[in-house]
Ligand binder design. Structure first.
Ligand SMILES: [Fe+2]
Length: 163
């Protein structure tokens, strides 16, 4: 049996982070399907691409924990039932989700990263990913706002999302 190199509190923060990453994969699966349902095939493609990204984030934590001698229970992902019918709603909820996690990782670093360089180094990757994602969604939402209710403009944005 491996010796656990992290304390209980730190492990529980990692468990939460794993849960977040799986929840994000699940949410993107949902958003992709909702966008497909209303004919925004570009947004569908965009969200589908996020799923393996999120799964790789989850795995990165699992691998780090393994290096630290820790194995965790795999968290359950909740069902997604909320109707999402517009690009604005889809990207607003994606933005909220990712911003939440940026804040989570910021706090995580502050509480656990300052003492141990290896934890800091591992978490730095995640704050950077979150910062870039939040920025990207902010830009997209700005463009969606510019298009307002102009269906043609929204379809153009959708087309770009699919590239
Ligand atoms: Fe992620």
């Amino acid at each position: 049996m491996k010796k656990e190199l992290l304390d209980k509190d730190c492990i529980s923060k990692f468990e939460n982070a794993c849960k977040y990453e799986l929840l994000h994969a699940q949410t993107y699966r949902h958003l992709a399907s909702q966008m497909q349902g209303v004919g925004y095939f570009g947004a569908q493609k965009f969200f589908l691409k996020e799923i393996p990204e999120e799964e790789s984030h989850f795995q990165k934590h699992i691998d780090f924990l393994n290096d630290m001698g820790v194995t965790i229970d795999i968290p359950a992902v909740p069902a997604q039932k909320q109707e999402v019918k517009t690009l604005k709603d889809a990207f607003t909820s994606a933005m909220e989700l990712e911003y939440d996690l940026l804040e989570y990782y910021r706090e995580f670093i502050q509480k656990e990263g300052l003492e141990y360089g290896d934890i800091m180094q591992h978490l730095m990757f995640f704050v950077e990913v979150q910062r870039k994602t939040v920025g990207e969604y902010g830009d997209l939402l700005a463009r969606i706002e510019l298009a307002k209710d102009d269906a043609a403009a929204l379809l153009l944005i959708d087309q770009e999302l699919g590239k």
